[in-house]
Design a protein around this ligand. Structure first.
Ligand SMILES: [Zn+2]
Length: 287
């Protein structure tokens, strides 16, 4: 095989819609019978993993891939998470979490992995709008189906922030982080389990009881990707806080105690300040 050492690959495959860069590299690697990492490093010798390539590519690296596979650099960039701002990155999973049964594609025996399968705010498929399902598990019906409409709005807000840098008065991904912080309930039940009380439970009252029954490890502000049946609660919470405005954050703060309350207060101040500053600077741009 000499072709692979040429500047441009002799055989190239078109990426599928929403395909992740590493999925596309893996398909080429299979064709050229080398390991996926060797395929990537043939193009970008400095790369340590496919995951790094999915998350962060410099302009120069995008151009090098584009030239070797002779496709448009914008197409390469769209296959990665390079555009996603830092605040939304906690919501990008380390492996595919969900899939859409209508949009599953197998090309030449290889499963196409979609970018959207990693996104922790998705409850619907961005390609067809259908509901997504958990990979490798059976989905329980969501106890939060009553919040479906609000959840769709929250999904859109988190998506706009991550994919298009659009924020309202406050970053939706920061709201999600705050909502997953622990809170202290007003009255202490008989079997008090502190970890099942989250700020989110003030807005979505059914949440406390649902979390008490969860056997898996609960999501935290640092790792906020919820299983699909719980996800609508967080998405709806984000939409409700965004709509309600800063007063709601102060109300939520009232449900916390001690150190957590101080931390929450500081976080709110910081975020509202940042929001104000970025609004001010965007107003300056308009003048
Ligand atoms: Zn779909």
């Amino acid at each position: 095989m000499t072709g692979i050492y040429a500047r441009q690959l002799p055989v190239r495959f078109a990426p599928c819609t929403d395909e992740l860069l590493s999925s596309w590299i893996i398909r080429h690697a299979a064709f050229y019978a080398i390991s996926p990492l060797a395929m990537l490093r043939h193009c970008l010798p400095e790369m340590l993993s496919l995951r790094t390539a999915d998350l962060d590519l410099t302009e120069d690296q995008v151009d090098r891939i584009a030239s070797m596979f002779s496709i448009d650099p914008a197409t390469v960039r769209r296959m990665t998470f390079t555009n996603v701002p830092q605040s939304s990155r906690r919501l990008i999973a380390g492996e595919p979490r969900q899939s859409c049964s209508s949009c599953l594609r197998i090309v030449d025996g290889a499963n196409i992995i979609l970018r959207s399968q990693f996104l922790g705010w998705r409850i619907t498929c961005p390609l067809c709008g259908g509901r997504v399902q958990t990979i490798g598990g059976s989905d329980r019906p969501s106890p939060f189906s009553g919040y479906h409409k609000a959840a769709l709005i929250g999904e859109g807000m988190l998506n706009d922030e991550a994919e298009h840098g659009i924020q309202n008065w406050l970053s939706p991904s920061e709201i999600a982080r705050l909502l997953l912080m622990r809170r202290v309930p007003k009255s202490f039940p008989d079997r008090y389990e502190p970890s099942s009380y989250r700020v989110l439970g003030v807005i979505i009252p059914d949440l406390d009881d649902v979390l008490k029954l969860e056997t898996r490890e609960l999501p935290t502000p640092a790792s906020p990707i919820l299983p699909l049946h719980l996800r609508p609660a967080l998405l709806a919470g984000v939409a409700i806080v965004q709509r309600a405005g800063p007063e709601m954050l102060s109300m939520l703060r009232g449900h916390m105690m001690g150190e957590n309350k101080a931390r929450f207060g500081n976080a709110i101040e910081e975020m509202v300040d940042c929001g104000r500053q970025s609004r001010r600077s965007s107003q300056l741009h308009l003048i």
